[in-house]
Design a protein around this ligand. Structure first.
Ligand SMILES: [Zn+2]
Length: 466
């Protein structure tokens, strides 16, 4: 028997994944221990697929993780340098019991981490915390799992294009931000037609051009400029591991995640009345109202790709999306977040229309929004504030949704206050049907926070956000 004892840095075990700064809070040895523990969870002779992104530390972490898995007798299939959706796809294809993606997603370049799949569902939250706690003392009999290599890229691309018949030419800017989606992005662009403009398709863990995070408009500048200069039809950008998409219309305007989801919702609801569509708690009320108007069933979910995937399964939903750009197709696909598949579905949708993307988006109902307002607040206090605010609002008989933070609706708008999943921050956002009402919503949330913490409420300067 081998006995091991290990302590992880406390900050790296998160609710959705394991994440840290390489050689500062996250080390190669952690990867090996994680391999041991996840391997013991999955079980001897079971198969685990492994993929990694293009970060400088990813290969090293991957090698150690594989060592840890083999040591406890798990068989490993390495699928190589790949975006996260390809890992998910591979697990379905070779019926792997588990999968681990080594990725820092859209985080700064020295960060890295692990995303887990167990029986084709996200492995996260309490399960992940319990697993990591076992590191304090565990033992196993040394085994030797088998190691395989398998490439799923061609099968994946073929699956993405299954049933897609494009009739028109589309002039598109594609931006992988030197993240790991670049290679497959180029293959997809080529398959669509030869009128593409590729940006930063080569994998480079130094991210020399811009950070691979399309949710920050600053990172889309090159793509926007290219669209305007070359008069392109649209722009598509990917995050560092290819599970989040950013979309820019022909006028160089960035679509928000809920606008993109609405676009796909209309399309699905043309074919399937009663389709169930999930949006996260940050999405506009317009999304939920429009789905209902088109005879769909809108469902609101907590924010976070793992929560959304669980909700898709639970509700047998057809489509889901988040403000952050994770889009999940379940109708005729697998229900995981796949920005590469979403990009092709978007081109297919536009192929059937005579209108430009900007014209379609301009027809969407309008709302007035604040940006996401971030208030620094320590991790313990942030949940306490949410609880107190929720208690007060319920007592006042407000219309409250409290699945993730608190979202309070009135007939003219809503406000949302939630604890950030990743930082010591409270995040708030308001939406209303007029500029005046937006101001009112912001004052309402300010007042709600004032009731429990006047100092924090002082940090909200209404005039700064609208
Ligand atoms: Zn990602």
């Amino acid at each position: 028997m081998i006995d091991k004892k290990h302590l992880f840095n406390k900050t790296i075990i998160r609710s959705y994944d394991i994440r840290g700064i390489y050689n500062k809070t996250l080390f190669d040895l952690d990867a090996k221990i994680i391999g041991n523990l996840f391997g013991l969870k999955v079980g001897k002779n079971q198969n685990v697929n492994i993929a990694y992104d293009g970060r400088l530390s990813s290969e090293s972490l991957k090698n150690k993780l594989v060592e840890g898995l083999l040591e406890v007798g798990v068989n490993v299939t390495e699928i190589g340098l790949s975006p996260t959706p390809l890992l998910y796809f591979s697990c379905i294809k070779n019926k792997a019991a588990g999968g681990v993606m080594i990725t820092g997603s859209h985080n700064p370049k020295h960060h890295n981490g692990f995303k887990f799949v167990f029986n084709n569902m996200p492995f996260y939250g309490d399960d992940l915390i319990k697993l990591s706690e076992k590191a304090k003392g565990f033992s196993f009999k040394r085994n030797r799992g088998k190691k395989f290599k398998q490439c799923f890229k061609d099968e994946y691309i073929n699956r993405i294009f299954k049933g897609i018949n494009l009739k028109n030419k589309h002039r598109i800017a594609w931006d992988a931000g030197n993240g790991v989606a670049g290679e497959l992005m180029s293959k997809i662009a080529k398959k669509i037609n030869n009128q593409n403009f590729l940006l930063f398709e080569n994998v480079d863990g130094n991210f020399p051009n811009h950070h691979p995070d399309p949710s920050n408009p600053k990172n889309l500048k090159d793509c926007i400029n290219l669209i305007i200069q070359e008069k392109l039809d649209l722009g598509i950008a990917f995050d560092g591991d290819g599970d989040r998409i950013g979309v820019i219309d022909d006028k160089g305007r960035v679509l928000s995640g809920d606008q993109l989801l609405l676009l796909f919702s209309y399309e699905i609801l043309k074919k399937k009345k009663g389709a169930k569509i999930i949006g996260d708690v940050k999405c506009s009320q317009i999304l939920f109202d429009e789905i209902k108007k088109k005879f769909g069933i809108p469902i609101m979910s907590q924010t976070g790709h793992s929560h959304v995937k669980v909700n898709i399964k639970k509700n047998k939903a057809d489509l889901a999306g988040e403000m952050s750009g994770h889009i999940f197709f379940n109708l005729n696909y697998y229900g995981f977040d796949d920005a590469l598949y979403s990009s092709v579905k978007l081109v297919e949708l536009l192929d059937k229309q005579s209108k430009k993307l900007s014209e379609i988006v301009d027809q969407f109902p309008k709302a007035f929004n604040t940006p996401e307002i971030r208030l620094e607040c320590n991790d313990l206090k942030k949940f306490e504030i949410i609880n107190k605010v929720t208690f007060n609002q319920k007592r006042k008989n407000q219309e409250v949704i409290d699945i993730d933070g608190i979202r309070v609706s009135s007939k003219n708008g809503w406000w949302l206050l939630r604890a950030s999943n990743t930082q010591a921050e409270l995040v708030l956002r308001c939406e209303a049907n007029s500029f005046e009402n937006l101001k009112k919503e912001l004052s309402l949330v300010k007042e709600a926070i004032f009731e429990v913490d006047s100092e924090l409420s002082d940090k909200i300067l209404v005039e700064n956000y609208i």
